[in-house]
Design a protein around this ligand. Structure first.
Ligand code: NAD
Ligand code: UD1
Length: 336
């Protein structure tokens, strides 16, 4: 199939592009490069030995998106493009609503105009808000707690309304748990600008001496060792979940929602200890106060995705840490 990836040079999009090319699909990427770099295109092509088409554009500019659809044959869209930093979304909510929601409305209007009605959308476990019942299934109550989360929840609602009004759409909403890790090649991965907010990129920078030590936000939660528990999923497994979703779209699946997680929760200390096995104990840490807005524990039930997408996460915590470290070392050496 000819697949358009919005935001396809970003962290998850780039890994998905690789897996789609490996599965024999053709890939067209649009990205405004606000959180990625053009070099990623070359790296995707180096890994796969295949070409992708790239157009630098912004989903907020409707005429440009219209041109993309007017000039290319597109069978399905995977919509990654969006902003994702929770703290920034609290500081600048309108920027998030404009980019994520207005951008998505443009895209959907153009898809409808050109009769392209197959869509996979990047949602997040953040839509489960403060739901306490574990594991989280697709039927668990939703309720986002910050502007970023609300953009995901509002888009999910918009997609349901769109499908009700036009059932010729096939729409898969993927709720990602905590994506981590990097491609085995070590040449694509997650490289956040500035000081990372998320655990794994922070640990990676401590492991190579860019940052001094990790602050573990709270060790008094009601969890196995008192630190926060999350369902970390290797980004390559996540990427394979998109290939499975593309297969599902071709069965005319209607609208479906799937959790993409492993179903296993690891604590912050378990992640740090595993990472230290990989890097030789270089991740120093201290216990710090809890971070505002954090919840103790969440993890997925991936059963629906296992059963209906015939997909399962395969990579373990060791592989998540090892690939992250490998990528971080290569990035460090590249910048020397
Ligand atoms: P990323 O920032 O690495 O990738 C997003 C890409 O979209 C970037 O390349 C960016 O330049 C591009 N982009 C942003 N706004 C754009 C616009 N207006 N027009 C065109 N391109 C634009 O993020 P990611 O981690 O790859 O996340 C991909 C998607 O998955 C996002 O929608 C994100 O909200 C969602 N998600 C991510 C996580 C995570 O932890 N990484 C978790 C749950 C959901
Ligand atoms: C965060 C976002 C969530 C987003 C997800 C993407 C918040 C409140 N939530 O989730 O919306 O979808 O990233 O993956 O920002 N931790 C530390 N020290 C650190 C960083 C994190 O101890 O320096 C702990 C956290 O307290 C948490 C765990 O590590 O227990 C994971 O944190 P993080 O990687 O930020 O992910 P989430 O909080 O799950």
């Amino acid at each position: 199939m000819n697949i358009l990836l919005t935001g396809g040079l970003g962290y998850i999009g780039s890994h998905t592009a690789v897996e789609l090319l490996n599965a024999g699909h053709d890939v067209l990427v649009i990205d405004n490069l606000c959180n990625s770099s053009i070099d990623v295109k070359d790296r995707i092509e180096e890994i796969t030995d295949k070409q992708i088409q790239f157009i630098e554009t912004d989903i907020r500019i409707k005429e440009d998106i219209d041109n993309v659809f007017a000039n290319n044959k597109i069978d399905a869209v995977i919509h990654f493009a969006g902003l994702k930093a929770v703290g920034e979304s609290v500081q600048n909510p309108l920027y998030y609503y404009e980019n994520n929601i207005a951008g998505t409305i443009n895209l959907l209007q153009v898809m409808q105009k050109y009769n392209v009605k197959n869509l996979v959308f990047s949602s997040s476990a953040t839509v489960y808000g403060t739901c306490q019942e574990m594991p989280l299934s697709e039927d668990s109550p939703t309720g986002a707690v910050n502007p970023y989360g609300r953009t995901k929840l509002f888009i999910e609602e918009m997609l349901k309304d769109l499908y009700t009004s036009d059932p010729s759409f096939n729409i898969i909403i993927l709720r990602y748990f905590n994506p981590v890790g990097a491609h085995d090649s070590g040449i694509i991965g997650e490289n956040p600008r500035g000081i990372p907010n998320n655990l794994m990129p922070y640990i990676a920078r401590v492991s190579v001496g860019i940052l001094d030590e990790l602050s573990i936000y709270g060790d008094d939660y009601d969890t196995k060792d008192g630190t926060g528990v999350r369902d970390y999923i290797h980004v390559v497994d996540l990427a394979c979940g998109h290939v499975a979703s593309i297969d599902k779209l071709s069965e005319n699946c209607g609208l479906a929602i799937y959790n993409l997680g492993t179903g296993t929760g690891y604590s912050v200390l378990e992640v740090v200890n595993e990472f230290n096995k990989v890097c030789g104990g270089k991740v120093k840490y201290k216990i710090a106060p809890r971070r505002d807005g954090d919840i103790a524990e969440y993890y997925a039930s991936p059963k629906k995705a296992n059963d209906e997408l015939h997909w399962q996460a395969k990579k373990d915590l060791h592989s998540m840490c090892e690939s992250t470290y490998n990528y971080q070392i290569k990035e460090l050496n590249k910048n020397k």
